[in-house]
Design a protein around this ligand. Structure first.
Ligand SMILES: Nc1ncnc2c1ncn2[C@@H]1O[C@H](COP(=O)(O)OP(=O)(O)OP(=O)(O)O)[C@@H](O)[C@H]1O
Length: 614
């Protein structure tokens, strides 16, 4: 039933794509076994290759392949690779499924449960739920919450326990006769009735579905006899349980891929463990991404002591540099790193240079990316462009003068948000593009979009007429009420025209070479390949680089213990394994004593003191 993949299939693919799959990777392609593989080892590439080979000989018309990932970024990466191949494209429609674990649970379990019980689902959105709760708190509850530390309003959720839904109410372990408790409970009950849910609650609705319809597991197994899971290291306990519950059985083919050393999922502490990260598998440790000198330094931060190696045979050691800064001189690190990059990166190198830190949010008393780069705004990163109003998408397109495809993509993002708020399932941009092409009034839709892009977006009257027309041609006018907030007019923000594009970028010309350093958080650059990466020390209760310094300079090798150190290690490992060529690190002078500087130099680092005037 499941097509087998042979060496000769793999060799044909190698010839077609120029990729090389060694014995370890070939085995991972031919068999359905869990794989742990280091950064840049080609997990995503391997999954796409395997899927293309499977698609070539997939015969069943009512059962298909299920591909699950943790993030939309990873899902879209797989989709875009399949789109480029004729056989791969077959996997983008029924009976196959490619999506995040969350989408899978919503679509095949939680939403069918709600339909069977007549529960309406209007919106699944953590931010929206938190704002809704905030807005509905009684005065007394708000005051009481303000006095409590570590109380998270996002914990006001349902759990399915012993065949019924129970509320978890933040800071109340048992039901007391208190007005605040009653207020929180009534807000939550109303949210359930109104169809407002947290993402995590979909897993509880799924549990309820298993309860009332135990045969659903068999049905899903027969629909998807073959399952591949990417980014397995970041799955939460709830996600892990559901994958095991449905797909871990004799006779099914389940393959999970990931890298336990890169597990930087930032969720609820109690929910982070999973059955995959504790497996003691032989890790594929050869990376196609970085050179041997990066491999040697990054290995020191591998929690599981994976000795990283590079597929590049020549060890062209680079001047990986630790920059010593102080409060006054922190921003100087960008210029110093720009010079290092200009002098050492090959001119042909097209990958971006990035500066990343663990903490991006403004925290005046802490140390964040903003302390190095005051213009940093997380929401301004092009990847994070997620404005509160649809009109901002159209305004954004007006800033693009050169490429129609880019501005069309921005409009599609806006339409995708419309569909999301109107309660439709998540679809990728390319799926949406394909869908719109199928519409009989496709031309009319395009003309309307172009008309709005060319219109004056500075007046509410014109915008309101335009938006009604757009909803009409899209067939979404019935959802007007749910969409009101998102489609309403908002005056332009008083910011520079190029804010979104340039706010997070440091630019400098060095000896006639333009160097751009994009500033971001470590979480945002997972899965990326950079030309060079600069790590900025930040503080979350403790200073991350400082806490990891002995590992970085190679004087400590034991597994870190405690609450924060293991997390810091994984975060810094993700950062240090992004670059192909060069690593930079910024640390404050007070946390880098003289004796350690000498050890760092002896163990492969350049040390540059930016606190000394030159
Ligand atoms: N089999 C291969 N032959 C040659 N190059 C490859 C192969 N597989 C991957 N690469 C290249 O190596 C780089 C990293 O690949 P990829 O992003 O798939 O790694 P990954 O294991 O998913 O990384 P990470 O764990 O950091 O997300 C890419 O530039 C990719 O083109």
């Amino acid at each position: 039933m499941i097509p087998s993949i042979t060496d000769s299939h793999i060799e044909d693919l190698e010839a077609k794509t120029g990729l090389i799959f060694d014995q370890e990777r070939r085995q991972a392609i031919k068999e359905f076994v869990d794989i742990q593989a280091c950064p840049g080892s080609g997990k995503t590439t391997l999954i796409a290759a395997k899927l293309i080979l499977l698609a070539k000989s997939w015969k069943q018309s009512t059962s298909g392949i299920c591909v699950l990932s943790h993030t939309n970024v990873a899902k879209n990466e797989i989709i875009s690779r399949l789109e480029r191949d004729e056989s791969g494209r077959k996997l983008l429609s029924y009976p196959h499924f490619i999506g995040t674990i969350q989408e899978f649970v919503n679509r095949f379990l939680a939403l069918p449960y709600c339909r069977s019980k007549g529960i309406s689902v209007k919106r699944i959105d953590d931010d929206f739920c938190c704002k809704h709760i905030e807005a509905n708190l009684a005065w007394g509850t708000r005051k009481a919450l303000e006095t409590k530390q570590n109380v998270n309003i996002s914990d006001l959720q349902f759990r399915y326990v012993n065949h019924e839904f129970e509320k978890t109410v933040p800071w109340f372990n048992k039901a007391p006769p208190s007005a605040s408790y009653t207020n929180l409970c009534s807000i939550k009950d109303k949210m359930f009735k109104e169809g407002l849910f947290f993402f995590r609650e979909m897993f509880e609705l799924a549990k309820a579905y298993f309860d009332i319809n135990p045969s659903v597991i068999e049905a899903i197994r027969s629909r998807f006899p073959l399952v591949l899971v990417d980014e397995m290291q970041d799955t939460s306990l709830a996600q892990d349980e559901i994958i095991n519950n449905i797909f871990s059985y004799g006779g099914g083919a389940l393959q999970r891929l990931g890298d336990a050393d890169q597990a930087i999922f930032s969720g609820d502490e109690k929910e982070t463990s999973n059955s995959y990260n504790d497996l003691q598998l032989k890790v594929i440790n050869t990376s196609h991404r970085f050179n041997p000198s990066v491999a040697a330094l990054a290995s020191r931060l591998s929690t599981n002591k994976v000795p990283l190696t590079s597929t590049q045979l020549i060890n062209n050691a680079q001047p990986h540099t630790i920059y010593i800064v102080d409060e006054l001189n922190r921003p100087r690190v960008f210029s110093a790193f720009a010079q290092l990059c200009a002098n050492n990166l090959p001119l042909s190198e097209k990958h971006p240079i990035k500066a990343v830190g663990g903490i991006g949010k403004t925290k005046p008393e802490g140390l964040t990316v903003k302390h190095y780069f005051p213009n940093f705004e997380k929401s301004n990163s092009s990847k994070n462009f997620k404005p509160a109003k649809l009109i901002e998408y159209f305004r954004e397109t007006q800033k693009i003068t050169t490429c129609n495809a880019d501005s069309y993509k921005i409009v599609l993002e806006g339409i995708r948000r419309l569909l999301d708020i109107a309660g439709y399932e998540y679809i990728s941009i390319s799926q949406l593009k394909g869908m719109l092409k199928e519409f009989s009034n496709h031309n009319e839709i395009n003309q309307k979009i172009i008309g709005i892009q060319r219109s004056d977006l500075n007046g509410s009257h014109g915008w309101e007429n335009n938006i009604k027309d757009l909803l009409t041609v899209l067939g979404l006018l019935d959802s007007y009420d749910v969409l009101t907030d998102f489609i309403s007019y908002a005056a332009p923000r008083p910011v520079a025209d190029d804010e979104f594009v340039s706010a997070n970028i440091y630019a400098e010309e060095v000896n006639g070479r333009d160097i751009y350093i994009e500033v971001d958080t470590i979480h945002s650059v997972k899965g990326e390949t950079h030309a060079a990466t600069l790590m900025l020390e930040t503080k979350f209760y403790e200073y991350d680089v400082h806490q990891m310094l002995d590992y970085i300079i190679g004087t400590k090798k034991t597994k870190p213990t405690g609450v924060r150190k293991p997390k810091f290690m994984k975060q810094l490992y993700v950062a240090m394994t992004r670059p192909k060529h060069l690593i930079g690190i910024a640390i404050d002078e007070s946390r880098f004593p003289e004796a350690k500087r000498a050890l760092a130099i002896a163990n492969g680092w350049n040390v540059v003191d930016l606190t000394v005037a030159n």
